[in-house]
Write a protein that binds this ligand. Structure first.
Ligand SMILES: *Cc1c(COP(=O)(O)O)cnc(C)c1O
Length: 341
């Protein structure tokens, strides 16, 4: 198959419409079969649940070409299940795992010419999402829903090499106790735009959010979980009911234990402890791990011992092991790589 004429390595992270996407409708208590369409637009009621009361959730995952030329997805069943958890919390119908995976396979096959080649560093980013499409005016769950899954090619995350980030502790909160921080809801992002704009204007890449109730524990950034390396080389990652359960973080924890023989503590982490760690990283689908070199807070700055020039040795090893698993250079745990073509 002929690939599209795209300069893969110069792509950024922005929406480029590709040829096909998947759409399914939920009405009268059930999902239709769903189908592939070339229509990249959505037509819904002006009073749709998503437009009036933000009844929507999404997922994000990567599809890429491995060394042997296969086109694969990394743990898409985890995204399917997480989307079901999000749907439940927002009173939306669950997308069956079978339909989620079928949508993924069909969209990738239909857009095979858009899957970046092995070695380009680029990937095909997949965006599944679910929203209330039927009309509401009183506050209530919408009577109809739409599930869509589209793809867009994105460039290598680290272009000029991996540079540690400068982040700041936000005065705003990301998620309330017993709120929606643990689900991938659009509403969590709408309210994060103001604090992230503030951080960017102040010269920082990301916000570190603390727990809203006591402001003593580290939660996460707007879109990535934290990983910390202790002075003894073992890992710590914050545990809290208001953190989004990152698939990358859960995979890295397993890789750290099973492939690298590290000890991993998943527990509440106080902000006071952060100054004692030797490496700090952010993890998520896009970058796998991004190093953090400096954390500014009211009244000070924590300079992470691994510095502002490169990623520390433990996170580097961890990142290389997971990307090696993803690319097929290292044997993956059972079920982690879904071969699509
Ligand atoms: C999506 C997301 C992450 C990262 O999750 P991955 O599954 O690893 O991509 C982390 N935090 C938030 C708030 C997110 O929405």
């Amino acid at each position: 198959m002929e690939k599209k004429d795209v300069n893969w390595s110069s792509l950024g992270f922005s929406y480029i419409p590709v040829d096909y996407r998947f759409v399914a409708h939920w009405k009268d208590g059930k999902w239709d079969e769903g189908h592939i369409t070339s229509d990249s637009t959505v037509t819904i009621s002006e009073s749709a649940g998503v437009l009036q009361y933000a009844q929507t959730c999404f997922e994000g995952l990567k599809v890429y070409t491995t060394k042997d030329g296969s086109i694969v997805a990394f743990r898409p069943d985890m995204n399917a299940r997480r989307m079901q958890d999000s749907a439940e919390r927002l009173i939306m119908p669950k997308v069956p795992e079978e339909m989620f995976l079928r949508a993924l396979d069909e969209v990738v096959k239909a857009n095979a010419a858009w899957v970046p080649p092995y070695g380009s560093g680029a990937t095909l980013y997949i965006r599944p999402f679910l929203f209330g499409s039927g009309p509401v005016i009183g506050v209530a769950p919408a009577p109809e829903y739409e599930f869509r899954l589209f793809a867009t090619p994105v460039g290598p995350y680290f272009k000029g090499g991996i540079k540690p980030l400068r982040i700041m502790v936000s005065d705003y909160d990301r998620a309330a106790p017993h709120g929606t921080g643990h689900i991938k809801a659009g509403l969590n992002y709408a309210m994060s735009l103001y604090p992230i704009e503030h951080a960017h204007k102040a010269g920082f890449s990301e916000n570190m959010y603390l727990d809203a109730a006591t402001r003593t524990y580290v939660e996460e950034t707007g879109g990535a979980n934290f990983l910390f390396v202790k002075k003894d080389g073992n890992l710590v990652t914050p545990k809290s009911g208001t953190i989004l359960p990152s698939i990358t973080r859960r995979s890295l924890v397993q890789v750290a234990k099973d492939y690298l023989g590290l000890d991993v503590e998943e527990r509440p982490v106080t902000f006071d402890e952060v100054k004692d760690f030797s490496e700090v990283g952010l993890c998520g689908t896009a970058a796998v791990i991004s190093p953090v070199g400096s954390i500014t807070f009211n009244g000070g700055e924590i300079r992470v011992p691994s510095g502002m020039d490169e990623m520390g040795p433990v996170l580097t090893k961890l990142r290389e092991t997971l990307t090696g698993i993803q690319m097929g250079d290292i044997k993956a745990p059972e079920g982690w790589i879904r071969k699509i073509m």
